[in-house]
Design a protein. Structure first.
Length: 91
């Protein structure tokens, strides 16, 4: 899984018929202190995420395990909106 911030939307009016109704979001990967990394992914939104929200993204075959993405040509899916991270501080 990847933790990231939604930074934009991809508009695709012509797409595979199995993707009708899919919302494509651009997600920039984050480290555990919410610092942006250079990596990003285009992910199908299955939870109603919006720009600026911190999300969890599943990739690969796991991306096709949500109710919306089952048996669809999806490689990345936003499957959770993050409320909080609890990470112990290193001393």
């Amino acid at each position: 899984m990847i933790i990231g911030r939604v930074i934009g939307t991809v508009w695709a009016t012509k797409k595979d018929e199995n993707l009708t109704g899919a919302k494509f979001l651009i997600v920039r990967e984050l480290d555990l202190e919410y610092n942006e990394k250079s990596n990003f992914v285009i992910a199908v939104d299955s939870v109603g995420a919006g720009e600026g929200e911190i999300v969890l993204v599943a990739t690969g075959s796991s991306a096709r395990q949500t109710n919306f993405t089952k048996n669809k040509p999806i490689d990345a899916v936003i499957m959770a909106i993050v409320d909080k991270l609890d990470v112990p501080k290193e001393e």
